[in-house]
Write a protein that binds this ligand. Structure first.
Ligand code: CA
Ligand code: CA
Length: 247
């Protein structure tokens, strides 16, 4: 049965309780919508995210595993990244939307600087920890992610992750620790707005596989209304047949 992603789903969440408290890792969240026209986007938690967690979002480009420090990280105009912090546990399946106009998250607390996305190509990269300015490296690629863990990334309005050394702000390597084959780094096509329109009920592995398939997205050069974006997901336990406590 096709699940309507725009309808809020009541999620049987006991199945993912076992990962609460573990560090967030690649694929634990996913980008589900990007409008480069109005610099808004949305992501979904594919596991429970513990209260107090902070996620960072940047549109900085990557070259050979290093970030362009002057691009939405250490630039003097708008110091990045954009931060999201949750005062409460965020259940798996929750979609969190960034509203650039009001500079608010739909859930959670904002800090840092908003992303300014290019309609000629850009990326949204989610991570925990810190990317720091390592001046021992060659500028502009001094953004050192040694202390960061990449969670997810989406490339849009270009030809895809290009892996060309020293690219522009509109292109990027796949961020370190992520992969296109694992569905943790996705390409949303050559048009500049996109949202995921595929199935919204599945295991994290299934959902990432669908999200990595551009045919499961709607894309356009006109910004989509937020009401088109997926509203919630039903994230099923990865391990079937395991007993979980009843809460
Ligand atoms: Ca950028
Ligand atoms: Ca446009």
């Amino acid at each position: 049965m096709l699940i309507n992603c725009r309808r809020a789903l009541v999620s049987a969440m006991a199945g993912v309780a076992g990962v609460v408290g573990a560090q967030l890792g690649p694929g634990d969240v996913a980008i589900v919508a990007v409008n480069t026209d109005d610099d808004s986007f949305a992501w979904v938690a594919l596991r429970d995210v513990p209260a107090g967690s902070t996620l960072h979002f940047t549109d900085s480009s990557v070259s050979n595993g290093l970030f362009r420090w002057s691009e939405h990280l250490g630039d003097v105009v708008s110091h990045g990244p954009l931060d999201w912090t949750s005062p409460a546990d965020l259940p798996a399946g929750t979609v969190v939307r960034w509203n650039r106009a009001s500079r608010e998250w739909s859930v959670g607390v904002a800090a840092g600087a908003a992303l300014t996305l290019s309609t000629d190509g850009d990326q949204v990269i989610v991570y925990t920890g810190a990317i720091v300015n390592n001046t021992a490296l060659a500028a502009p690629w001094t953004g050192d992610p040694t202390g960061a863990v990449m969670l997810a990334a989406a490339n849009i309005a270009n030809k895809g992750w290009d892996n060309l050394t020293g690219g522009t702000t509109e292109t990027s390597f796949v961020p370190p620790g992520l992969s296109t084959s694992g569905g943790t780094a996705v390409h949303l096509g050559s048009q500049d707005d996109a949202y995921y329109s595929g199935p919204c009920r599945g295991t994290p592995v299934q959902l990432r596989a669908w999200m990595a398939d551009i045919s499961e997205w709607k894309t356009s050069n006109d910004a989509f209304a937020v009401t088109n974006w997926p509203a919630a997901f039903d994230v099923l336990p990865t391990t079937q047949g395991t007993f979980y406590s009843i809460r």
